[in-house]
Structure formats: C-alpha cells, structure tokens
Write a protein that binds this ligand. Structure first.
Ligand code: SF4
Length: 661
C-alpha cells in the first residue's frame, strides 16, 4: 500500500458505537460517508467522524518494538521482543499459576482481536480477562440479562424512528451518538414524537426535548418510579401485556401504591407536574422507547436500581418486543458490544454464555483443543487492585490504565509492582512508561476485520493503509503471541479465518460470513431464516426463553443527595470520538475542558467566567477553567469525562473548587 489511505475502500468510523461507514476522500483530505451504508444510510458523518483520519500525529506513532533494559526502553527486533515475552510469561506461570496474569483488553479493538485476546488468556489457563465496556454499562446489562435474558439493545436504530415517545435518560446522544440521534430520533420528533429528557444537566439533547426533568443526582430511579406511579394511578398501563408477558404484578402494584408522590418528588427536587405530564406522554403512546446511557450507571441505591425501574416502566406499558419501543442502550465506544460478544469478559464466553456453563465450555474446548477454566475471573478494577500482589504480570491491549482506572498514584505503584508488564499500543502513554515490553500496533485505518455497533449490527472494516515502519496489525501480533505462548492453534491466514472461528464459538453469530458482510451488515441473533438478522428482541418470548419477565421491587429509600458542606457533585459526559489513548485514538478539545458551574454556586465561591481553578476530589485533582452556566443544576458541576478521569473513584464523586494561585 502507498502512504495515503485508499479512497475506494470501505471501513467503519472508529469514534463511537453508532458504526457509520466511512471512506477516505483525498479531495478534502478527510473521511466521507459510504453511500447506502447500514447505519448512516444517506452517507452522512458527524464532524468528529469527518476528522477520523486525523486522530494521530504521525510523529507520535510507535514504530519499533521496545524492551526495557537497565531502566530504559530500547528499540529491538520483533524476535527479541517476542522472546522476552515468552520467557517472562512462562516464568510467571511456572512460579505462580496462570491466574498471576491479567489481560486488560480494549472495546475499540475489532471482534477478531478481542476474540484472539480472550482465547490467549483462557488457553493459558486464566479467565483474568476484561474490557472497559463492562465497566461502562455493567448495571444496565446485568439487569437486562437477569430479567430479559440479554443485555443487547432490544431494538434497531431504524425502528426507533417509529416511536411516538422517547424517554432519554443518563445519555446525551445529540452530542455522543450524533448520527443515530439526527437520523432516527430527531426525524421522529420532527414528525411529531415526544421527547422526554431526564438529565441533571441541560445539553444538546435537551434542546430537542418537549420535557426536561433535571433530578438531583442519585435520584433517577426514584423519578422513574414516580412516572410508573402516575401511569398506574391513571390506568395508562397495558393490561394485556401485563397479563400475558409479566410476573409479580400484584406485589409490584402494592409497593407502588405505598409511594408518597409529593414527598418523593421533593426529595428528587423535580416538578411534580412535569413528571406527571411525562408519564402521560409515555403511557399514552402506542410505541414508546427508552434510550439509556452511562449516566444511569452511577445512580440509585444499588447498581441496577435505575435500569430495573426503566424495565418496570417498559413492561408496565407493553413497550418490549415491538418496533419503535424497548430498552435501547446507547453505548459510547466503537466496539463495546463486539468486545463483549467475542468473550473479552471474565465471566462470559463468546456469545455471552456463562463461564460456569459446562456445556458451553466443552463446546469451546472442542474448538480450541483446550477447555477454558470454569471459575469466573475478577473484574478489571479488581485485577488492577491486585497488581503486584495476586497479579504479577499484565498484558494491556490498547488501554491506558495509568490514567483511566482508580486513582493514578495507586495504579502507578501497582504497575511498578508488577514483575512484567506488556503493552500493545500505537503511541506512548502514561502506561507504557511502566512497561517492560511495548509492541507497536495499528490504528483503525490499518485494520481489517469486523466490529459490532450499538444496535447489534456486525460490519466489516477493510484496511486502507499499511502500518508505518515496523509497526504491525494487532491481529498479527495476537496470533503470533498465541502461537509462541501456547500449544494451541493460532495459525490464521487473515481476520476472516478468525471470524469463521468466532461464528462457531458464538451461537449468536452462527451463519454470518465476512463475504456476506461486504454487501451490508448482519445483526445478531442471526437466525438461518433471516438475511440481515433480528431487529427486535423479545417478540414472542424473551431471550431468556421465558414467555414472561418479572417486575422487580421499587426502591425509594434514602437516595444520595447533593454533596455536603462546600462540596459539589461531579457529573461527567463526553462527545462522540472521545476515547482513550488507544489503538483507535481520540483527545479532548480545549472547549471541553471547562468546568460548568451554576451561577449560584459560582457566586458563593466568588468565581467568574474563564477563571482558572483547581478541582479536587478524594482521588485526585485537575486544573480547569470556569464556565458559569444554568445548564447544570445547583449543587453539581460538569466536566468532560476524560478531563475528569483523575477525579473519579468507584463511588459518586464530590469535588471542591479552589481558585488557582
Ligand atoms: Fe458516526 Fe459516531 Fe463516527 Fe460520528 S463519531 S461519524 S456518529 S460513528
């Protein structure tokens, strides 16, 4: 390949989970959409997507393998780097056991790369493999899997356009998934659908909303329970659906009847009238859809409270298993769904089958020649906490845990405490600074393979250019490592051979082929009778195999409220294209580094617009610039998710602000 991306080659935009098809346009030196694409059907791209070829400065690229010698990373040949990895991994497994290794994968890598990554870990004898997607949507996916049998988005983007009402919560798709929002939600709203936006901060999505409810942080589940109460009180629920497709209705109704609407509305600091109006809009619609994002992960009493409340709402109104409805999880990173489908999870095999499912392990074992271990591995955060203790060696693929996991000092000392750290990435990061071996990998436009977008569509990527100098494709590196470190079959000619194996290992992908994907996309689950896959899940039975799904208890206890004393609750968010220093790329723009604060809170602290301040939490501190705005509610501040990374721990984050001196 020559130095420029090929113009007649189709790939998939790497900058968010919507999955728009792209090609290189030499005339404008940027990305263009692909005509008749599966998602961006008119060939449109958002501004981030148009800049997809500019995510990296060529000067920053890693182009040679690096090995640490006498404290410094030195350029070496691939053979020397592979020899060192083989020696160190072998020593750690011999001295400890395979669970002394951790594999931190990357949601933005392709399905084939994620499949090879988890296969490598499991063939070596450990389920210590995880990826960031699980952290982003853990509670929602858990609630959906428990009650419906699948954590996948229940509907397709295309059929969302048929909704008469949307409830968007914990999500700002106008900024974060702009092509999906403009093509499918905005068009429906322009045709008369109602949009209810529940978010503590007014943002680009709010501008299209008919109703904006800005609850106190931590009370989303409570507000949804009030919507449910209104629908029950006013008889707006779907009796037929409740009768035929649900269980536990009577106990659920009894619990809802106990709720004191006005007292709870006061606790959530929301307008009762607006909540009742929103409930009527949703309850009276023939087709109503929930769109949820990462914002609901950090709300409620237990992890799944808000997701469970939303599922109650959908079951009550019969909005599951039909077009223009459902629980639509709007994921952020490009291949979050695919990384999980491919099994890069400590408790799930490819196809979301439990690692404790003996039949599934046996089937995979037949494919690989080695059966995966039966014990679920720890989560990514648990693995990072165990660095230097239970975990002695780590393989980090296209991630930067030194700044994205826990507080940076703890992670830095954990990374230093490892006996051996292998990092595969495209540029130096805070994590490569701790590495013993660094392997130079490829960016999205240099990759072939498949990715799976937020509405379960598998699409094919084609390489448009070659990796620079001695950098290699991630697929080639992982296959070579599998070959060198294990006795199993890792001899693949190309990503198509891995995809063929993935379709055998993952029943949801069974029947798909890379050749067929060239003419469009295929959506899982992929029954033999369908050419494009299943658009609406849970139609006649739930994916669980049951005809009925349960209502769950309504939780309205002591919700967390605004921070005490001088503290403010930190709210974070991002835009499409904001991903970590990875094999896909991305960065935070200057405008996105400002701290939005309500005028009242700014006055109390004597802050003015454009002033430099230090923002401090229990985990760390960042410097930023004040932006006084009524878009955030009093008692909260908003900071872009990547700028806020050093501040965020496991729990709700409160911050204090001091003037910069
Ligand atoms: Fe499409 Fe997302 Fe890329 Fe924008 S960033 S072009 S919405 S895939």
């Amino acid at each position: 390949m020559d130095g420029l991306p090929h113009e007649d080659t189709k790939s998939v935009c790497p900058l968010c989970a919507v999955g728009c098809s792209v090609r290189y346009d030499g005339d404008v030196d940027g990305a263009r959409g692909w005509p008749d694409a599966p998602v961006n059907t008119n060939g449109e791209l958002c501004p981030k997507g148009i800049g997809a070829f500019d995510v990296f400065d060529e000067e920053e690229r890693l182009t040679r393998p690096l090995v640490r010698r006498a404290g410094d990373l030195e350029a070496v040949s691939w053979d020397i780097a592979y020899d060192r990895i083989e020696r160190e991994f072998g020593r750690l497994i011999a001295e400890y056991d395979p669970d002394a290794l951790a594999f931190l994968g990357a949601p933005h890598c392709t399905n084939e790369e994620n499949y090879l990554f988890q296969k490598l870990a499991r063939v070596l004898g450990t389920n210590n493999v995880d990826n960031r997607a699980r952290l982003c949507h853990n509670s929602t996916v858990s609630a959906m899997e428990d009650r419906l049998g699948s954590g996948g988005m229940t509907n397709s983007l295309a059929d969302l356009a048929e909704a008469e009402a949307f409830l968007i919560i914990g999500s700002n798709p106008a900024d974060q998934q702009p092509v999906a929002f403009d093509s499918y939600i905005r068009s429906a709203v322009n045709d008369g659908a109602h949009l209810i936006h529940i978010d503590p901060r007014a943002n680009a999505t709010t501008r299209l909303a008919d109703t904006h409810i800005a609850p106190r942080p931590g009370t989303d589940a409570l507000v949804v329970a009030l919507v449910v109460k209104t629908i029950l009180d006013e008889g707006l629920f779907d009796e037929g659906f409740v009768e035929e497709r649900t269980t536990g209705f009577e106990a659920f109704v009894a619990a809802v009847e106990e709720l004191d609407f006005e007292a709870l509305a006061e606790r959530a600091a929301v307008d009762s009238h607006a909540v009742r109006e929103a409930a009527r809009t949703f309850g009276e619609a023939e087709r109503a859809a929930v769109v949820a994002g990462t914002g609901i992960e950090e709300d409620g009493h237990s992890d799944t409270d808000t997701a469970d409340a939303l599922l109650n709402l959908l079951l009550l109104t019969g909005n599951i298993g039909k077009r223009g409805a459902g629980m639509n999880l709007f994921r952020g990173l490009t291949n979050e769904q695919g990384a999980c489908d491919a099994g890069a999870l400590p408790h799930r095999l490819p196809g979301h089958r439990s690692i404790e499912d003996a039949a599934a392990r046996a089937q995979i074992g037949k494919e690989w020649g080695v059966e995966p271990p039966a014990e679920p591995g720890p989560t990514e955060l648990e693995l990072v906490r165990a660095f230097g203790n239970g975990v002695r060696g780590a393989f980090v693929l296209g991630e930067n845990p030194a700044v994205t996991k826990l507080d940076s000092e703890t992670v830095a000392s954990g990374l230093d405490a490892l006996d051996f750290l292998l990092v595969q990435d495209v540029t130096h990061t805070e994590t490569t600074a701790h590495a013993d071996v660094v392997l130079p990998a490829s960016i999205w436009s240099e990759k072939s393979g498949t990715v799976t977008n937020l509405d379960r569509q598998v699409q094919r990527m084609h390489a448009m250019e070659a990796p620079p100098d001695a950098a290699r494709r991630d697929f080639d590196i992982l296959a070579t490592l599998g070959d060198r470190l294990t006795d199993c079959e890792f001899d693949y000619d190309d990503p198509a051979a891995v995809f063929a194996e993935l379709t055998a290992a993952n029943p949801q992908y069974a029947g798909m082929s890379e050749e067929d994907l060239d003419s469009g996309s295929q959506r899982w689950p992929f029954p033999e009778s369908a050419t494009a896959g299943t658009d609406v899940l849970h139609r006649d039975t739930f994916v669980s195999g049951e005809r009925r799904a349960p209502f769950t208890p309504v939780i309205t206890g002591d919700c967390p409220v605004d921070a005490d004393d001088d503290g403010l609750v930190l709210i974070t968010g991002s835009r499409s294209g904001d991903i970590a220093n990875t094999t896909m790329g991305g960065s935070v723009g200057t405008a996105e580094k400002t701290l939005a604060i309500h005028p009242t809170d700014a006055d109390e602290r004597g802050l003015i617009d454009d002033e430099r301040v230090a923002v401090e939490s229990a985990c760390g501190s960042v410097e930023t610039t004040v932006e006084i705005s009524e878009s955030v509610r009093p008692g909260t501040v908003f900071l872009h998710a990547r700028a806020a990374e050093p501040l965020i721990g496991n729990d709700r984050t409160t911050v204090t602000i001091t003037k910069h001196t």
